[in-house]
Design a protein around this ligand. Structure first.
Ligand code: FES
Ligand code: FES
Length: 133
């Protein structure tokens, strides 16, 4: 199995690791097959993601995909963050081995789960906006 230099970089030196105590949205997702868990914290101001942190209990690819996902949505609007796809995450990492594609799906879902929580806290039903998780 071959990992790209970008995957190795984000695995060895993950960006935005941690928690946000007063987050505006928190999402946690897990993959029942591998047992990996991702938690994503968002700080949102005026519809823009001003800060994002993550904690991943999982494989190296899960750490790398969550790390790059935080970089991809930081500073973006909520609407832009909703467009983040696992394919875009894979491309940004210069590829992932096929058995690790589900790790990128987990990263997309973690962002969407955190955005869903954000909408819920505003009293908005997230499902029509974010979709089913
Ligand atoms: Fe433990 Fe893969 S599940 S190393
Ligand atoms: Fe399951 Fe990576 S092996 S998230």
């Amino acid at each position: 199995m071959q990992y790209s230099a970008k995957v190795m970089d984000h695995f060895s030196n993950p960006r935005n690791v941690g928690e946000i105590a007063d987050a505006d949205g928190v999402g946690e997702v897990g993959n029942p097959t591998c047992g990996d868990i991702m938690k994503m914290y968002l700080k949102i101001d005026g519809g823009r993601i001003t800060d994002v942190k993550f904690k991943t209990f999982g494989c190296g690819a899960a750490i790398a995909t969550s790390s790059i996902a935080t970089e991809m949505i930081k500073g973006k609007s909520v609407d832009e963050a909703l467009q983040l796809s696992n394919k875009a995450v894979i491309e940004a990492l210069d590829g992932l081995p096929p058995v690790k594609v589900h790790c990128s799906v987990l990263a997309e879902q973690a962002v969407k789960a955190a955005l869903s929580d954000y909408y819920r806290r505003q009293g908005v039903d997230p499902e029509p906006i974010v979709g089913k998780l």
